[in-house]
Ligand binder design. Structure first.
Ligand SMILES: Nc1ncnc2c1ncn2[C@@H]1O[C@H](COP(=O)(O)OP(=O)(O)OP(=O)(O)O)[C@@H](O)[C@H]1O
Ligand SMILES: [Mg+2]
Length: 425
């Protein structure tokens, strides 16, 4: 019994031991499993924390970048504002519906308007209808064409009219579409006034030159008439008297006769020279035969004097195109060009062409002679020939061009308009 009890106790102990072992074993595997779960949770937590950290850093970076961008924007706006404040002209920006986005201080002063009164307002709200529709039309063209547009506007301010040179331009987005219209204007009133004053003084100077040149022509005519009527007549009388004296000489007065004949030859020569002098002074053929014949005769005289040169001449008929003072001026310019060739060029070829077109006559005189440095000659202001050629052409409302190069010859071309409005003579 005792044994049985012992055995039963032993069995119970064994059972208890087995249960304890099983319990311990299952508890330890449970522990193992929950440890794995904890580790998994830990890993997930770490991953989440890392993720959170990354997004936190990204957000921080983005905030920093945004701050930097805002700072850059502020700086750039400050720069833009400084530029606009100190811009000597006016500046404005509108959206594509003609709504003001920006105007600078100069704009504000010129139009005596507070920028806050225009910002956000349309052209129609700011300007009278005629102005507004003109500006809107300009904006429309700029937006459509995508090109800047420059024009001069006369604007009234404080009872005076000011001239503004205004450049309007499209402001494009990244797709190259116009999203705004910008405009910058510069006050050119003083410049325009100076230009007009200069023009007026040039005009005065030119009309003074015109008067001087016509006074010179009158004086030349008077001198030529005196040479012809007084000196020419006296020489002719002298010649006739000497001829009658010669006839009265006795045949034996041989040496006296020889002396008289010598004097007669000398007088004839002098008469010829006086004739040449007064013909030089007035283009004689001009009044009698007209410009074309006078020019032909002038050119032939030069050809006769310079037979070694090969001449190429083409002259259109100019008769009836110009009044006499203009014809004289044209004759003088051609005469001076040919005289210069004779005096300075030493060419082997000369080409002269006078051609008439619908509204002007074009003159070209070209030689292949020594040429010269035109800038130097004009700067020295020592000679009159070229200057008076240019002045004469300008007085006639024409254009004058001179090309010359050392050892390459000279080309003078000028045109005279057929309409009489430009003539100052
Ligand atoms: N066709 C030409 N070929 C070479 N040199 C020329 C020619 N035309 C003008 N020149 C040069 O230009 C200079 C200025 O010419 P311009 O006609 O003004 O004066 P000029 O003939 O010397 O004197 P003038 O005042 O009497 O006409 C000349 O001295 C000469 O050196
Ligand atoms: Mg000359």
């Amino acid at each position: 019994m005792e044994n049985l009890l012992l055995i039963a106790n032993a069995v119970i102990i064994l059972i208890l031991l087995a249960m304890t072992w099983w319990y311990a074993h299952s508890t330890s595997s449970l522990l193992h499993r929950s440890q794995d779960q904890v580790a998994g949770i830990q890993r997930q937590a770490v991953a989440k924390i890392e993720e959170l950290h990354a997004s936190y850093t990204r957000i921080l970076r983005e905030i920093e970048e945004r701050q930097q961008a805002e700072e850059r924007l502020e700086e750039s706006e400050a720069r833009f504002a400084a530029f606009m404040r100190h811009l000597p002209g006016m500046a404005e920006m509108r959206d594509t519906n003609g709504r003001y986005l920006f105007v600078n201080e100069t704009w504000e002063k010129i139009f005596a308007r507070n920028p806050d009164d225009c910002r956000g307002k349309t052209l129609e709200e700011v300007w009278p209808p005629d102005f507004a529709s003109r500006f809107m039309e300009l904006d429309r063209r700029i937006i459509e064409d995508g090109h800047p547009l420059e024009n001069i506007e006369n604007l009234d301010q404080n009872g005076r009219t000011y001239s503004w040179l205004i450049t309007r331009f499209p402001i494009l987005n990244q797709e190259n579409q116009a999203v705004m219209v910008g405009a910058i204007g510069i006050d050119i009133t003083a410049r325009r006034q100076a230009e007009e004053a200069l023009k007026a003084s040039e005009q005065k100077l030119r009309s003074l030159t015109a008067q001087l040149l016509s006074a010179q022509e009158i004086e030349r005519k008077r001198l030529a008439a005196e040479l012809h009527d007084e000196l020419g007549h006296s020489l002719l009388t002298l010649k006739l008297r000497l001829e009658s004296l010669e006839e009265q000489l006795q045949p034996q007065q041989v040496s006296l006769k020889k002396e008289v004949q010598k004097i007669l030859r000398f007088i004839s020569q002098t008469i010829g020279e006086v004739r040449r002098l007064y013909l030089d002074l007035i283009p004689g053929d001009l009044e009698d035969l007209g410009l074309t014949a006078a020019l032909h005769s002038l050119i032939e005289d030069f050809i006769d004097l310079q037979k070694q040169i090969s001449w190429e001449v083409e002259v259109d008929n100019l008769d009836g195109l110009f009044p006499l003072p203009i014809q004289t001026a044209i004759y003088r310019v051609v005469q001076e060009a040919l005289t210069n060739i004779g005096k300075h060029a030493k060419p082997t070829q000369v080409a002269l062409s006078i051609s008439k077109d619908q509204d002007k006559v074009l003159f070209t005189i070209k030689d292949n002679g020594g040429g010269f440095d035109a800038n130097k000659v004009f700067a020295q202001k020592k000679t009159l020939g070229l200057l008076s050629m240019e002045e004469r052409v300008k007085i006639l409302g024409g254009t004058f061009n001179l090309w010359s190069q050392k050892n390459q010859g000279t080309k003078i071309s000028f045109s005279i308009p057929l309409s009489k409005e430009g003539y100052l003579l």
